[in-house]
Each structure stands twice: as structure tokens, then as C-alpha cells.
Design a protein around this ligand. Structure first.
Ligand SMILES: [Zn+2]
Length: 430
């Protein structure tokens, strides 16, 4: 009989419940039960066998009682131990410099499964996580689930969602395909990065809007997809409309909007805002007069600077595209106004035909503060790419003026504003 089952039986025999309703005495009993469970779990952990002792590195040993205590506090039998990568730790919100490997204890919940994270370590130190995982799985006689032991990948399903995953065509790993249009559905992300060099995989445009001056910029907008697929209303839309109205030729990659141009753009947006407010406030009055018998009020409201505006639909189309346009217009108009007052400039970068591999390079360089050595780049990607592939990607980004490569590899102005990581790091370059 397994250790945990023994403890459960022991506790049940000591504190068997007689009714369903909870009296204060029973609550006391429950508290004692939890307390005792913790105590028994902590003291019942047998010392490591000589083989286990030998197989575990010294760095693991102090961690075992810490993790054991966390597991004992869950207070129910674990169903599995899982190790999953968390790439978000790398990007958001902790702004770590690397992805983390997290150890989770899975247990049942009345309606579902639950998992508690009991330990995590950055990629470079993560080798002991599977040792700890195996150790606890053996102790509880439950499975140890680690779907991506060879590389960082956070698209793997949890232990209880394995049926939702598919096996990667290239490496057979279980993963959940991304719903992003530029990502393939049949192979995992690391395999996608590997394949890019040999196959003509469609790439996307990285699109960033930042404001600031000289060396310090804050990124306010980022997206990565082909622009014609699903572009929202952003500052570029209004900038394009303004340029068209003035017969200004739009540059296609790097746009710096500053000084007089910024003021003109602000005026252009301000006028549009006023026109929309006038149009839809007056429509509201007419619409209300027309629909006095109707109980259905189809108007929508917009809150802006302590005022509420009511927009009503015209007799034909829906009001929602107008509401969306107005909200975006107000948002970008305010940013433009702030930049004028603070003497900042706006930078719009469209990095065209950027592959996921290029993006992975940007993410890594951004995470290291914008500057790395060639050796660091190799160490980061040597599991995924050959030396040739690393050099080829690097050279391409240098030629396209995203990176400088002399003694060190550095981001150029264009590079600083490219890739999702620049957004999440808020672009605070020194
Ligand atoms: Zn794969």
C-alpha cells in the first residue's frame, strides 16, 4: 500500500465524520485533521535511499523538504507531477531574462483538475527540475509528465489536457497548435524555427508604435501579422489618411513623426473627432424624435474626459464601427497631444517579412538589454540551429539594418523598435 493511502486511512479512522452539516466542533476537527495531515506528511517522508542519494545532485537536496512542505499543504493526493515551460516569464509580466521551467503538482478538484506550482527555475539552471519531478512522482507512485524535455516550448498541453494536443510531425512532441495565422498547425514552434531555413514559410510584418526622444522610448503598440489580414485602427491608419490628404509619400519601414508634422497630424485627428461628435450627437436627437414609440434604444455611449457622449446609429449602418473609430481616434489624439507637449517624437516601424526565427533573435537580444556577444547568440540557439543558420540569420538582420555587428551584436534604432519583446520591455534603453 502506498504511503499516502496509508496516511489517508489512518486519518479517516481517527476523524470519521458522522453528519454532513458542519458544527463548530466539526470545523475544529477539520482544522486538526489538516494540521495532522501536514505533520504526518512531513514526518513520514522516508530518508533517501543510498541510490537516490547518489542520483541527486547536492543542489537538489535542500529543495526536497521545501517542495514537500508545499505539496503537503495541498492536502489531497496528487494525481501527477508535471514540468512545463513558461515563456511568458521571459516576456511578461516578470521580465525575466530567460524562460522558466516550472514544476507543478496536479490534483483533482470537484469539477476539474487543479495544479499548484511548487518550484521553478530559469532555463540555464533547469536541469534539476526533472530530477525533482521524478523524485516526487516516485514517492507518490504517480506519473511524471514532462512533454518538452529537450527544448523550451510552452505550447504543450497540461497533464489533464493531453487529449487536446497533437504530435508534432517533425519531433513527435505533444503540443497544442497556435491559432495565430502565421504559425503552422502541424509542427511545434521550435520545429517551425528549425524548418524556416529550408522551406519558404510565410513571414509576417512586425509593427510597432513608440514615442520618446533620443535614446528613451516607450512602446505603445505592437502587432505581428500580415497587415492586410486584420489590421485594427491604429495611429498608422490616421497617419496614412493624413499623408494621403496632403499628398505626402509614405515611407515604408521607418516613420519618424515629429515637430510640425506631429502638430499637423494632431490637428487632422482633432478635426475628425469634432466632426464625428457633431454628426452623431445631432443624429441622436433626430433618432430619438423618430423613435419615440420604440422601446429599443440602439445608441451607445463613449466616456471621454469626464463626459459621456451618446452616439446613435444612422438609419442604415451599425454604430459600432463609428464607436470603434472614435475611441481609437481619441486614444491616439491624446498620445499625439502628449508628445507635442512633452516635445517627444513618434516612431512607427514596419519590419516587413520578418520570420518567426528573426523574431526569436529579437526577443533574445531585447531580453539581454539590447546587446549580446556572438557566443551568447550561439549558446542560445545551438540546440535549434546550425552555426551556419545562426550566422545567416544574423547577417540578414545586419543587412536590413536591424542589428550592428562589430565586437558585439547591438540593436539599431530600427531593431530597438522591432519585435514583441520591445513592447513588453517598454523600450527603456539607456
Ligand atoms: Zn516539433
Amino acid at each position: 500500500m502506498h504511503l499516502f493511502t496509508k496516511i489517508r486511512q489512518f486519518l479517516q479512522s481517527r476523524f470519521s465524520k458522522t453528519s454532513v452539516t458542519h458544527t463548530s466542533e466539526e470545523i475544529d476537527v477539520e482544522e486538526k485533521q489538516t494540521e495532522l495531515l501536514e505533520q504526518v506528511l512531513l514526518t513520514a517522508l522516508p530518508p533517501l535511499s543510498p541510490e537516490e542519494e547518489a542520483s541527486l545532485p547536492d543542489s537538489t537536496k535542500p529543495l526536497i523538504p521545501i517542495i514537500w512542505e508545499k505539496i503537503s499543504k495541498i492536502g489531497s493526493k496528487p494525481l501527477a507531477i508535471q514540468a512545463l515551460w513558461d515563456e511568458e516569464a521571459f516576456i511578461w509580466p516578470t521580465r525575466e531574462t530567460e524562460a522558466h521551467l516550472c514544476l507543478w503538482v496536479v490534483y483533482s478538484h470537484p469539477t476539474d483538475y487543479k495544479a499548484d506550482m511548487v518550484y521553478s527555475l530559469g532555463e540555464s539552471q533547469s536541469a534539476i527540475i526533472p530530477l525533482l519531478g521524478k523524485y516526487f512522482a516516485q514517492k507518490f507512485d504517480i506519473p511524471f509528465y514532462f512533454p518538452s524535455p529537450n527544448e523550451v516550448d510552452d505550447d504543450c498541453p497540461t497533464w489533464w489536457e493531453q487529449d487536446k494536443g497533437i504530435h508534432c510531425e517533425d519531433c513527435q512532441k505533444l503540443f497544442i497548435p497556435s491559432d495565430m495565422s502565421h504559425r503552422p498547425k502541424d509542427i511545434c514552434y521550435p520545429c517551425h524555427l528549425r524548418r524556416e531555413i529550408v522551406q519558404d514559410i510565410p513571414s509576417g510584418d512586425s509593427f510597432t508604435i513608440s514615442y520618446g526622444n533620443e535614446s528613451e522610448f516607450a512602446c505603445v503598440y505592437y502587432s505581428y501579422y500580415p497587415r492586410d489580414s486584420n489590421f485594427g485602427l491604429d495611429l498608422l491608419t490616421f497617419w496614412e489618411e493624413y499623408c494621403m490628404s496632403q499628398n505626402i509619400l509614405l515611407s515604408d519601414e521607418l516613420m519618424l513623426i515629429q515637430g510640425l508634422e506631429l502638430e499637423k497630424l494632431h490637428y487632422f485627428m482633432e478635426k475628425q473627432k469634432e466632426e464625428l461628435f457633431i454628426l452623431y450627437q445631432s443624429t441622436e436627437i433626430e433618432s430619438n424624435l423618430e423613435n419615440t414609440s420604440s422601446k429599443l434604444d440602439r445608441s451607445v455611449t463613449i466616456h471621454y474626459k469626464d463626459q459621456t457622449y451618446k452616439l446613435s446609429p444612422s438609419s442604415t449602418g451599425s454604430i459600432y464601427p463609428i464607436k470603434h473609430r472614435l475611441e481609437q481616434l481619441l486614444y491616439w489624439r491624446d498620445i499625439t497631444q502628449f508628445c507635442i507637449e512633452e516635445e517627444k517624437e513618434i516612431v512607427i516601424i514596419i519590419a516587413k517579412n520578418l520570420t518567426c526565427r528573426d523574431n526569436a533573435f529579437f526577443e533574445f537580444i531585447h531580453s539581454q538589454g539590447g546587446q549580446i556577444t556572438y557566443l551568447q547568440l550561439q549558446e542560445k540557439f545551438n540546440k535549434l540551429l546550425s552555426k551556419d543558420e545562426i550566422l545567416k540569420t544574423l547577417n540578414k538582420l545586419v543587412i536590413r539594418d536591424y542589428l550592428l555587428h562589430s565586437e558585439k551584436i547591438e540593436l539599431t534604432l530600427k531593431g530597438k523598435h522591432t519585435g514583441g519583446y520591445s513592447f513588453f520591455q517598454n523600450c527603456n534603453f539607456q
